[in-house]
Design a protein around this ligand. Structure first.
Ligand code: SF4
Length: 889
């Protein structure tokens, strides 16, 4: 992007690093020239300030917005909206496919207007890492990896060939092929530079490396002082097309970490404690920044685990400043010497180097030596469970969730064992949260080694898997010799990708699945991931626990959640002696010694040398050289999205919402996974019918995540999560509703189609934290395609709220203490948003008329959750993509 700042604060200067000269927008100079005091801003806000100084154009970025960061120091918060331009965009394939499909459809639209389609290109660097599609079909064998990769390419051939077309057709667009690693780990280990540099007007400019990503856990890279967070695919597309991200200057909560982790605790235990602490505090919409003495005792990998789970603690990001550990990691992961020198010099020059002389909005303290081993579950990552209490609390939640106080068991065909409530059927070492952290992976390997040496084995009903975030993990597990013990326990490599963490746990063995279904057993999964929402991991599993990789191995040995790992033995050794967890738990020293001797920079250099080449299956994919995509009408994976069909020259503005029917009435904490599931597709569902009509067998359905290039599938799957509960049809779980006035129970999709025929507007009514969880653009796109005009909720999750606007759906918030229960909304009412067609400003109140079935009418006030003037423009255009396209034409 061209740099052409007005530079009102005379901050442009040159610095020399080794023999190279860089232009920088100096915060020290800006402080001297009108921004007094800004050296005490949180480091994360300094990154935003530098961005505004660099892009001051008096249109999107005005002097007043820059001054607002100075004023922030007084109030420690701000109502000022700023236009922020991150340096790059990171995508994964689930969200990347629809983004590339939208770009391809935009090229079609430009061509139809007789203009050059090549005008449509990303303007900032975009990296798309294909990591979300690999599934755990084969496991616990030496060929598992090979078999899963083969199946992955078979299932995803059409999608991958589309992405390969995109790689050739668009400028500034790099694809990291399947089998390389998980996007956040690849970002941490390779893509991130901490300080970015680019050429503009013949000069080299250096500035902080910043990004937005289409995956919520983009936050992981804040561990490396790279400011980044997840946005919806829609916002990311706008960012890559040169639109600034509009945001309010956030509050920044400082979390002062002191001391160091005690023996026997892991970074996973620490992050689960931080999640609970910050959830209690409430940091939604805020930045969290870590500081204090404890930082020096946290490796970069530990910081990555903490930064990764920012969406789980609710913050926009969890930022760590640059310090010696950052430089050490850059060196250790094979980064270039010049980059390392630039990072050190630039950070010290700009006041981005760690110190404690910072003014935060608020501060919190955590003595990390007080952290004890923990897991989280069975439904939410913030529900921390101390390991000492895990079996007791499991039992409690079992009773609550099953409404049974007795345990059942069921025969398993062809086996001597019976399967019981509480048995663990999936134990997965998965997810970028933990697999980028050598201490927990080496820890898991050491625990496996000690278990084997004592003669322990994994219980036969457990599906075990190891899916590291990068190939470097395989290298160090091999070098340390621990891979063979993990293999022996069944934790063979199954793929480099998200696998179980995104719901691609693959089917359970038929006999296990049958026993669960027959006995309606309360089966459990334990995974080293960061998400455990209902219905996400596997359709046969009802309770999901997050745990560190060593604990995942321990639970696989135990085979049940009904065990107190402190008091009960995992099994007997060869001499008949009881073996307890404490007997095989590795010490911190053992782990550290192995890390020192098993990992080196060469491993990173070698693995990332040819990052865009990919495996043979990738190289073999043939694509066309055309700038326009040749859509295949019969494809069930990639279809031309309908968003630009019949697009008018001028924006349509605000439209009426009159006598709208509620399509769903939902409770609190409805996740984007409930709205648009990523996992498996049921045969007896609208999507299953769609496939059956096209002669696609159930085994080839693939997942919703993999089908995001087909809006027909995604529409049918919207609100189709098997665990969603719609209060309109309270007696049935899954995506069902009642059509009014006849009160017939049908699928949400069928109801939407029927209401469309009748010309009814539709709304969704919801509780608190609507749209929490992953940043999923299809949760908003699907809502739009079902014909829903507005969502009325008690509160919204940040990304989903902006995605709704990005798709032209109006987010409205209950106020004055009203909610669906106090208003006695059951599904038979009609909603009119009064005078909406006249327009509304950001965060203004608007009246809503509720007409009850008995004729009563009530008028309540709602808060318009279009928060900024930019968002108003997007909404008036019918969405952000239409806004960008109209501006380009
Ligand atoms: Fe997201 Fe899990 Fe994949 Fe990480 S491993 S990118 S958290 S789905």
């Amino acid at each position: 992007m061209k740099i052409n700042s007005k530079d009102s604060f005379k901050s442009l200067k040159k610095i020399k690093v080794n023999s190279k000269i860089y232009n920088i927008f100096s915060l020290k100079e800006a402080e001297k020239n009108g921004l007094s005091g800004i050296s005490k801003l949180p480091k994360s806000l300094k990154v935003l300030l530098e961005n505004l100084l660099r892009f001051e154009d008096n249109q999107t970025v005005k002097k007043q917005q820059i001054l607002a960061l100075k004023s922030w120091l007084k109030d420690k918060k701000s109502k000022t909206e700023i236009a922020y331009r991150p340096a790059r965009v990171l995508m994964q394939d689930y969200t990347g496919i629809p983004a590339v499909a939208d770009l391809a459809a935009m090229r079609d639209a430009v061509k139809n207007k007789k203009k050059d389609p090549k005008k449509i290109n990303p303007l900032s660097t975009v990296d798309l890492v294909i990591d979300h599609s690999v599934m755990v079909d084969a496991y616990a064998s030496k060929d598992s990896f090979k078999e899963n990769v083969e199946k992955e390419f078979l299932r995803n051939g059409e999608r991958y060939s589309f992405l390969k077309w995109g790689q050739k057709a668009f400028n500034n667009f790099r694809v990291v092929p399947p089998g390389t690693g998980i996007c956040h780990q690849v970002n941490l280990e390779y893509l991130s530079k901490v300080v970015w540099s680019s050429e503009s007007g013949g000069d080299i400019y250096a500035y902080p490396d910043t990004l937005v990503g289409t995956d919520s856990h983009t936050t992981m890279v804040n561990s490396l002082a790279v400011l980044g967070w997840g946005v919806g695919g829609i916002e990311a597309e706008a960012a890559m097309l040169g639109q600034p991200i509009s945001m309010l200057i956030p509050e920044v909560v400082g979390l002062n970490l002191s001391n160091k982790l005690s023996e026997g605790t892991t970074a996973t235990d620490l992050v689960l404690s931080i999640v609970q602490l910050l959830r209690k505090k409430g940091v939604v919409g805020k930045f969290v920044e870590f500081y204090g003495d404890g930082l020096k005792n946290l490796s970069l990998a530990d910081r990555a685990t903490i930064a990764n789970m920012a969406p789980e603690y609710g913050a926009t990001c969890g930022f760590f400043p640059v310090d010696e550990e950052t430089l050490k990691y850059l060196e250790f992961s094979g980064r270039d010497d010049q980059i390392i020198s630039l990072v050190e010099n630039y950070s010290k020059e700009q006041g981005l180097w760690a110190d404690d002389n910072i003014i935060f909005s608020e501060t919190l303290e955590l003595d990390i030596s007080t952290v004890v081993p923990s897991i989280a579950g069975p439904k939410r990552p913030q529900d921390k469970v101390l390991l000492t209490e895990s079996s007791k609390l499991f039992n409690k939640s079992f009773k609550e969730n099953t409404k049974r106080d007795f345990s059942k068991e069921e025969d398993v065909s062809g086996e001597k064992f019976k399967l019981k409530d509480g048995d663990i059927v999936i134990a997965a070492i998965t997810s970028c949260t933990n697999t980028s952290n050598p201490s927990v992976l080496i820890g898991a390997g050491l625990l496996a080694k000690k278990a084997i040496e004592r003669g322990l084995t994994v219980k036969p009903w457990v599906k075990t898997s190891l899916a590291p975030g990068s190939q470097v993990v395989t290298d160090y597990l091999k070098k340390s010799g621990l891979n063979k013990y993990l293999d022996e326990l069944g934790f063979n490599l199954v793929g480099y990708g998200c696998t179980t963490c995104i719901g691609n746990s693959g089917p359970l063995d038929d006999n296990i699945s049958e026993a669960i279904k027959k006995g309606n057993l309360y089966a459990v999964s334990v995974l080293s991931g960061n998400r455990n929402f209902e219905g996400r991991i596997n359709p046969d599993v009802k309770a999901n626990y997050l745990a560190s990789p060593p604990l995942v191995v321990a639970y696989a040995l135990a085979g049940s959640m009904n065990i107190d790992l402190y008091k009960e033995a995992l099994g007997k050794d060869k001499k008949g002696q009881l073996v307890f967890l404490k007997d095989i738990w590795p010490s911190n020293k053992e782990i550290q010694n192995l890390i020192l001797t098993s990992i080196n920079a060469d491993m990173f250099n070698k693995r990332y040398a040819n990052i865009s080449e990919g495996p043979t299956n990738w190289k073999d994919i043939k694509t066309s050289d055309s700038s326009i995509y040749n859509w295949n009408e019969t494809s069930t994976y990639v279809k031309k999205p309908p968003f630009f069909e019949n697009m008018t020259e001028k924006p349509e503005g605000f439209k009426k919402i009159t006598n709208a029917r509620p399509l769903l009435i939902l409770g609190d904490t409805v996740t984007t996974d409930h709205i648009s599931p990523a996992g498996s597709i049921k045969k007896d569902s609208p999507t299953g019918n769609y496939f059956m009509q096209r002669q696609i067998q159930e085994k080839d359905f693939n997942s919703y995540g993999a089908r995001r290039g087909n809006h027909e599938v995604m529409m049918r799957g919207t609100f189709g999560n098997i665990r969603i509960r719609n209060e309109i049809a309270p007696n049935i779980e899954g995506g069902f509703t009642k059509i009014y006035p006849e009160e017939k129970v049908v699928s949400v999709y069928e109801a939407a189609i029927e209401y469309k025929k009748r010309g009814n507007d539709l709304v969704v009514i919801a509780g608190k934290e609507y749209g929490t969880g992953s940043s999923r653009d299809w949760a908003a796109k699907g809502t739009k395609l079902l014909g829903i005009k507005a969502v009325i909720a008690e509160s919204f999750e940040r990304i989903h709220r902006s995605n709704l606007i990005g798709m032209g759906v109006l987010p409205l918030q209950f106020k004055d203490g009203f909610d669906r229960k106090k208003l006695n909304i059951t599904g038979s009412e009609l909603f009119t948003i009064i005078n909406i067609a006249k327009g509304i400003g950001p965060r203004e109140d608007i009246n809503c008329e509720i007409k009850y079935a008995n004729g009563t009418i009530k008028i309540i006030k709602l808060l318009c959750r279009i928060d900024t003037t930019n968002e108003i423009e997007y909404y008036k255009h019918g969405g952000i993509l239409q806004y960008v396209l109209r501006n380009m034409l």
